[in-house]
Design a protein around this ligand. Sequence first.
Ligand code: CA2
Length: 166
Amino acid sequence: MAKLRRDRTERVDEPARIGVLNGPNLNLLGSREPHHYGTRTLAEIESLLRERAGADGVTLTFFQSNDEGEIVDWVQANTGAVDGWLVNAAALTHTSVALRDALDGSGRPFVEVHLSNVFAREPFRHTSLLSDLAIGVIAGFRASSYLFGLEALIRHLRGSAGAGAE
Ligand code: CA2
């Protein structure tokens, strides 16, 4: 029997649908700060993710905004159309109760990713308002953080991950 998609703990038997959320300033990737964020543009990261997802029959919906309200609106509008989220909330990671509430309210599992190793940077980046809700957090592997996060989320949704799958 097909399983419900609504509960954070439910597994998805059908092809998974994942929303990829990118927060403020990530549209500038590839142009500056390569020591933190690598050299790939967001479009290149999207391409890498689509290639990986397509190989596994997973559909991606990709979104970036510099506006907190738009991001919350996008989560609300897409909750019914996704099974889970891959989230790089950028600076909103450290500040946004609104995004935390939106992701929590969606009832969908999510993986938090960061290009840089936030724990090796300024203390204000060590705090995330999302991590305790996430099924896991990946940071520091530049564009590969997204790929590792996608892999982990797909495994979780298919019920074959490690700790995240129980
Ligand atoms: O490491 C990450 O992925 C971050 O989420 C990136 C955020 C930062 O606020 C988080 O602490 C960690 C910043 C994204 C800004 O991206 C830029 C890219 C190029 C040029 C300037 C900013």
